[in-house]
Every structure is written in C-alpha cells, then in structure tokens.
Design a protein around this ligand. Structure first.
Ligand code: FMN
Length: 415
C-alpha cells in the first residue's frame, strides 16, 4: 500500500522511461508493463479501466472500476489489511509460489465442476465469503444484488452477521437460505436470540468466525480514508462507522452493554453453541493443525481455513500455506474450505489440489459489486468459474475429485 518515497520515485522514473520508449509503444504501451496489485492501489491507466462487465478479462479488472465508484472511506475499509498489510499480500502471493503439474493427453471435452456440500448441490466449488455491509459498496441494493448474482450462477453465498440487508430479504432474493456467518456477542441471551432468528429464517448452516475477537489494527484504513469524516454522520450515528444498532441483524436484540464480539470466546463456548444449534456448524478462521483437531473434537461439521483476508492478525502466513496441515489433520472427517487471496481459476485449482473442498472469494466479488452491481458480481463468478474449467481441462482433470496433491508442486515452501 504505502510505498517508501524512494521506491515510488524510482517507479515514476521507470514509468517515464517506459512511456518514452518506442519499443514499449509497439508492445501495447506502458500499461502492458504495469503489475496490478491485489490491494487498493491499482496501476491501471484511465484507458484501461473497464466500462462494462463484459470488458473484463480477469477479476482484477474490476478493482479499479470499483475504486472509482465506491466512496473513498468505504473503499479504504475494504481494501486494507492490518499492520503493514503483509498478510493481505501473502495470501495472494502464496498462490504464485505453487506450481501446476499438468497431465497431458486426457479427454478434456467434459469438465464437471459440480459439488455437493451438506446435501446441497452447486455448479462450482467457488463460494462468496461473508463480507459486511454490501450497501457500502453498492447502494441501495447491496446484498440483494449479490444474492441475485449468486442465484443466477447457482453460487453458495455466505451472509455476514454485519450485513446491511436482513437475512430474510437476502434469502428471498437468493431463492434459498444463505449460509449465515455469526459474530458471537458476549451475552448468551443475545446469542440465543440470534440463533432463533436465523433458524426462523430457514438457515440450516451457521459459520462461527473465530479469528477476530479482540479487534484489529487497521492502520492502512486509518491512513487512507478521507481525513475529514464528519460527513459520515449523514448516514451513520457515529463517524467511526456503523454501530450494531444500525445493522439489521441486531434488530430486537438489546445490545446495550454487550460486546458484539466476545473476547472470552473459547472451546467451552463452542460446545454451548454446538448444543444450541441444530443445523450444520462451520468454524471460520482456523489456521493450524492443532485447532483443526479441536474443531473436529468439538463437533464442527466443516472448517473454513481463513485469516479474514489479512484483516485480523498480521500472521504473515498465507491461508494456502496453512491449508495442507489442516487437511492432513482432519483426514477427511469433515470438509475443509479455504479463502484468502484467491484471484484466479488456477488459484482455485491449487487450493482444491491442496485438499480444499470449496474455495471462497471476498474482495473480488465486492469489486464486481462496487463497479457494476449484480452484473459485476455475475461476471466475476463467470470469469473465475471459466478459468477453473480451463485449468482443469489443461491439467487433465475432468471432475473435482480428480484434483489432488499430485497436480501441484510447492518448491520453496519450508514444510
Ligand atoms: C470488507 C470486508 C468485510 C468482511 N467482513 C467479514 C464479516 O463480516 N465476517 C467474516 O467472517 N469475514 C469477513 N470478511 C472476511 C471474508 O469473509 C474473507 O475471509 C476474506 O475476504 C477472504 O479474502 P479475500 O478478500 O482476499 O478474498 C470481510 C472481508 C472484507 C474484505
């Protein structure tokens, strides 16, 4: 995100040099040489910015298009990580250190990406992660636009507890219940009311997020959001951002004196929650074999390997690197899902090869949403699903169960 002055100066000089070069012009101009970043700062030139979803060649094409439309404070919140954004970066970079080992001369005329999870069928293993407050990126439709896109593409949609649209309305737009994410408050009474509400809404899958119970150091967000934030009170009761009272999932729940995320949450709490929730139960935010074992011991039906998209702790450990030890520990007793830094169909393929059953995206669909609403989210899914099929075909795998560890090499990993 922030570059040291010397680096950005050198970069500007280099770009000036490229711009003046006839060779570069012949090869398509400076933009050809620019690496697009997976965080907020893209280097696209104005002429590169896509004007419609159809123009996008990959999901990163949506980033700058969204950047120009989303209010700057909301953009800074979404694009940033914590501390130096190192975990945010390594999540994506890790996939670049995993190589494919394609097998040749296999019939690739029928590529099947269908998946079945907890009895539900989906045409693709790519799912939409829970991301708070979609209206911040596309107003007023927010989560409804995402749900309509997910419906159109048959995609599994997780809904954040901090959604800006009530679960009942999102379920209607999706045409089936979302998989509901939960931030557990420090009041059991409030927690029970939350469970009752989503059960009444028809949800059968709950994902408890466990990776961020004590707050976070959102330094880049604080540096890059507008300095003047008093105008935020036009929509929010506090300039610091939305309070639980503004979130529809807290309606009817007295949050006075209650912490929205319980810093004392432990495995005893998981046991209590597990007993109270009749549906399927996922734990989101697991990064180690030790915790993976505890998840299984404490009755989780699935594990989602995640570091909150680099927004929780600056672990500097990519989820792609954490995934294999979790998969090995779990030994097929429950499905393992993963998210973080997935930007390409080949990334999805690599995660599947490392043992993930399904693979989530966060920021990429928010870019699609911010840029073009429902149509943008649909195109993001279409691109990733298409890229996955291409990777599968060219690697000699026809169906998801064909993909395994033999299709990837991780030469510079320590483990
Ligand atoms: C703006 C934003 C808000 C998020 N809100 C939530 C949330 O409410 N609950 C949650 O469990 N995870 C949340 N996440 C984390 C995502 O579910 C997911 O783990 C992450 O975005 C995946 O990484 P990626 O953005 O690199 O694809 C959020 C992520 C972003 C970028």
């Amino acid at each position: 995100m922030r570059e040291p002055v010397s680096v950005s100066t050198a970069r500007r000089e280099f770009l000036k040099f490229l711009a003046a070069s006839p060779y570069v012009a012949a090869l398509g101009g400076v933009a050809t040489y620019l690496e697009r970043s997976a965080s907020a700062q893209t280097n696209q030139q104005p002429s590169d910015v896509i004007a419609s979803p159809a123009e996008a060649l990959d999901v990163l094409d949506f980033e700058e298009a969204a950047h120009r439309k989303v209010p700057p404070g909301h953009w800074a919140y979404m694009a940033s990580g914590v501390d130096d954004d190192g975990t945010l970066r390594v999540n994506s970079e890790a996939y670049k250190h995993i190589q494919l080992r394609p097998r040749r001369l296999r019939d690739a005329s029928n590529i099947d990406t269908r998946i079945s999870l907890f009895g539900a069928d989906f045409p693709s293993p790519i799912f939409l992660c829970p991301v708070s407050g979609h209206k911040a990126f596309f107003f007023p439709d927010g989560e409804l636009a995402v749900a309509r896109a997910a419906k159109a593409r048959g995609t599994l949609q997780f809904l954040s507890w901090n959604t800006s649209t009530a679960v009942e309305d999102v379920n209607k737009a999706l045409g089936r219940p979302v998989w509901q994410q939960l931030y557990a408050p420090d009041s059991w009474d409030a927690c029970q009311k939350m469970l009752q509400r989503i059960e009444a809404a028809g949800c059968t899958v709950l994902a408890l997020t466990v990776d961020n119970t004590t707050g976070r150091n959102s330094e880049t967000f604080l540096r890059t959001r507008p300095k003047e934030i008093t105008q935020c009170t036009a929509c929010h009761t506090s300039a610091a951002g939305p309070t639980p009272q503004e979130r529809p999932m807290y309606d009817g729940i007295n949050m006075t004196g209650v912490l929205a995320q319980n810093p004392a949450m432990d495995w005893a709490f998981v046991d209590r929650l597990r007993k109270s929730w009749k549906g399927k139960f996922i734990i989101k935010g697991i990064d180690t074999r030790e915790d993976a074992r505890l998840c299984v011991d404490h009755g989780a039906d699935a594990i989602l390997v995640s570091n909150h998209g680099g927004r929780s702790t600056e672990t500097l450990r990519a989820t792609a690197e954490a995934l294999p030890e979790v998969v090995a520990e779990v030994a097929n007793r429950v499905p393992v899902l993963v998210d973080g830094g997935v930007r390409r169909g080949t990334d999805v393929f690599k995660a599947l090869a490392l043992g993930a059953k399904a693979v989530g995206i966060g920021r990429p669909y928010i870019w699609g949403l911010g840029a073009f609403g429902q149509a943008g989210v649909e195109r993001v899914l279409e691109i990733l699903q298409g890229e996955l099929k291409l990777a599968m075909g060219n690697c000699g795998t026809q169906k998801l169960s064909d993909i395994n560890r033999a299709y990837v090499a991780t030469p510079d990993w320590k483990t």
